[in-house]
Ligand binder design. Structure first.
Ligand SMILES: Nc1ncnc2c1ncn2[C@@H]1O[C@H](COP(=O)(O)OP(=O)(O)O)[C@@H](O)[C@H]1O
Ligand SMILES: O=C(O)[C@H](O)[C@@H](O)[C@H](O)[C@H](O)COP(=O)(O)O
Length: 204
């Protein structure tokens, strides 16, 4: 049987895209990842939803996670992306992915992963966390998130955006920088864009 699975014939030819919007807690990952999903049709997931209750209980109590708490969670996220890839489904994930080694675990999932890093002033982020209602993550954990963060290394070729931009500006910059077009459901820009469309990636 070919071409009539859940993903349809396109899944046989077009590679899927897998975007991870990364950054410390409160940097706007969920907001931007949801915006990318809304604009493109990529399937959205929130990495927070993959944490076991024991991890959430720690964070709620103001205790930072360590590697032992994160490895199984990261492997599960990589597996989720890999499963979607086999179904021909492109994805966008909001996930802190603070360390290079964490990002490397995610890269072991689907055939390719593109990261967008939301970077910016701790004070702006702290203020947003303090105002955010109904989230388990206390603003007091921001310092440990910043201490854990390993900013993207040049060879990772990660698109970095300033959290000071509006959500709309961030989503537009992400779509452009990633070569994603509205409604394209993650197909590479060269398959859907006219030849003169400008797609910018960070310098290698
Ligand atoms: N670019 C932005 N400008 C202003 N407020 C933002 C922006 N991005 C997110 N927010 C707000 O900041 C808070 C944290 O954003 P959120 O998307 O939950 O971050 P994260 O998923 O990284 O923890 C939320 O209340 C959200 O509405
Ligand atoms: O690895 C971690 O320490 C957590 O994943 C953390 O980075 C994450 O940010 C929290 O789960 C809070 O969730 P928000 O990022 O949505 O605030």
């Amino acid at each position: 049987m070919t071409g009539d699975g859940p993903a349809g014939p396109a899944a046989q030819s077009a590679p899927t895209r897998h975007i991870v919007v990364m950054g410390v807690s409160g940097s706007g990952k969920t907001t931007v990842a949801e915006g990318i999903a809304a604009a493109t049709g990529l399937t959205f997931a929130e990495a927070d939803g993959f944490h076991p209750a024991s991890n959430v209980d720690l964070m709620r109590a103001g205790v930072p996670l360590d590697d032992t708490h994160r490895w199984p969670w990261l492997r599960e996220l990589a597996g989720w992306m890999a499963e979607r890839a086999t179904e021909g489904v492109s994805t966008v994930l909001a996930c802190s992915a603070l360390r290079r080694s964490y990002r490397d675990v995610l890269r072991q999932g689907p055939p390719s992963v593109d990261f967008v890093f939301l970077d910016g002033s701790a004070e702006v982020i702290r203020e947003r966390m303090a105002r955010r209602a109904g989230h388990y993550m206390p603003a007091s954990l921001l310092d440990s998130q910043i201490a854990t963060l390993e900013p993207p290394q040049p060879d990772e070729r990660i698109l970095t955006l300033d959290v000071a931009l509006t959500p709309e500006e961030l989503v537009a910059a992400a779509l452009s920088g990633l070569g994603l077009l509205p409604g394209a459901a993650g197909r590479p820009a060269h398959e859907v864009a006219p030849p003169d469309t400008k797609v910018s990636l960070p310098d290698a």
